[in-house]
Design a protein around this ligand. Structure first.
Ligand code: PGA
Length: 250
């Protein structure tokens, strides 16, 4: 049995004050979330604050991006060792916003995955097609290409140390959720592709869905056999909504 995971992706939102209130609210409602793992991925500058508030709680934390390089002259970048220094468990790599607005290639994302893994962080590898790609009928090709970059660099066994998040770009922040069937199709495809290389890795791989997941649609998405939780953007900014999804996953 794979443990469900619900990870919040706060993106570039929040302030010292609002993060304090949000985390207090989440912590206060966690007593009935006993089976699902829960994490929040914060803007880098707030990670020390998140660590202070979450240390000793059942909630893990992580970054939203990380450098593929280990140290040196990379202005503005954050290294995996820095995330480790502040107790991060997870780091998101290859979010579609990074791919789209920062030109991150499949190969760079694979190197970030490798760097995170080497540092003992759990990379959350985001994959997913744009609306145009879905309409062209190439969803599976796109997702396969994004997965294969990591498999080619690190080998399929590396996926045992990570998490995959399927996030159809057209569903992110748009209020348009993939139907449970649409999501399951792609999740099943991802697991099947990994299974062709290593059945054990495929069986253990947590594959999260992301894209307008809300308390009202989380349960039916996560009920699908290959959907193991969620990567939550907008709804992760409200303690009530985030907890609603955590309970559904639980
Ligand atoms: P959303 O974002 O839940 O706001 O659609 C999900 C994500 O981008 O990780």
């Amino acid at each position: 049995m794979r443990q469900p995971l619900v990870a919040g992706n706060w993106k570039m939102n929040g302030s010292l004050e609002s993060i304090g209130v949000l985390l207090d609210g989440i912590k206060a409602g966690m007593e009935d979330v006993t089976k699902a793992a829960v994490a929040v991925c914060a803007p880098a500058i707030y990670i020390p604050t998140v660590q202070q508030q979450l240390q000793g709680s059942a909630i893990a934390w992580g970054g939203q991006d990380v450098s593929a390089e280990s140290a040196g002259a990379y202005t503005g970048e954050i290294a995996t060792s820095m995330l480790k220094d502040f107790g991060c468990t997870y780091v998101i790599v290859g979010h579609s916003e990074r791919r789209a607005y920062h030109g991150e290639s499949d190969q760079l994302v694979a190197r970030k995955f490798a760097a995170a893994r080497a540092a003992g962080l759990v990379p959350i590898l985001c994959v997913g097609e744009t609306l145009e790609e879905r309409e062209q009928g190439i969803t599976e090709q796109v997702v396969a290409r994004q997965m294969d970059a990591v498999i080619e660099l690190e080998g399929v066994a590396a996926l045992a140390d990570g998490v995959v998040a399927y996030e159809p770009v057209w569903a992110i922040g748009t209020g348009k959720t993939a139907t449970p069937e649409q999501a399951q199709d792609v999740h099943g495809f991802i697991r099947g592709r990994v299974a062709e290389l290593d059945g054990g890795v495929a069986e253990g791989l947590q594959i999260l869905y992301g894209g307008s997941m809300k308390p009202g649609n989380a349960a039916e998405l996560i009920a699908k056999p290959d959907i193991d939780g969620g990567l939550i953007g907008g709804a992760a900014l409200s303690a009530e909504d985030f907890l609603g999804i955590c309970r559904a996953a639980n």
